[in-house]
Ligand binder design. Structure first.
Ligand code: CMP
Length: 143
């Protein structure tokens, strides 16, 4: 079963949106199999966002993502990587459709509430950066 890495960013945590966001993915039918509230160390933030290190906003991005607690999560389900991206909406909230998380709750590209892996390779890499193997649980097959 496919897994993805999702993270409520510091703006989402401060605005008390963890419950709303978790609820959307639960109601969709996905399963939360890992979760932790944490302040990301600078080195981890730089590694996580490594593909953006040449971008002019890289410093701002790392400062922001380390500025307060985030809620890091692993979600499981069929086609969860692409479906979660659809549910999040476009990276820039000005392009995000109403009904999506960013369309409903975010206004600027820097503070866009949520991060989600964009491919199976990113999902595997990002889950590995944030979670130890034993921190990702398996649900009982009986339920
Ligand atoms: P995310 O999906 O977490 O991946 C990279 C992040 O970079 C992205 O969401 C945006 O929040 C952020 N980002 C993209 N463009 C800009 C920008 N021009 N200024 C600041 N942050 C940006």
């Amino acid at each position: 079963m496919e897994k993805t890495f999702l993270m409520v960013k510091p703006d989402g945590v401060q605005r008390n949106l963890i419950g709303e966001i978790v609820s959307r993915f639960e109601k969709k039918g996905f399963q939360l199999v890992g979760g932790k509230l944490m302040v990301i160390p600078a080195e981890l933030a730089q590694e996580h966002y490594g593909e953006h290190k040449e971008r002019p906003f890289f410093g701002e991005l790392v400062d922001f993502i380390t500025s307060g607690p985030v809620f890091a999560m692993v979600w499981e389900g069929e086609n969860v990587i692409a479906t979660a991206r659809q549910m999040m909406g476009a990276t820039n909230p000005k392009d995000a459709a109403p009904g999506t998380i960013r369309g409903d709750f975010a206004a600027t590209v820097g503070k866009n509430i949520i991060h989600g892996s964009d491919s199976p390779e990113s999902a595997e890499r990002e889950i590995g950066l944030f979670f130890k193997e034993e921190e990702v649980v398996a649900y009982s097959k009986l339920i």
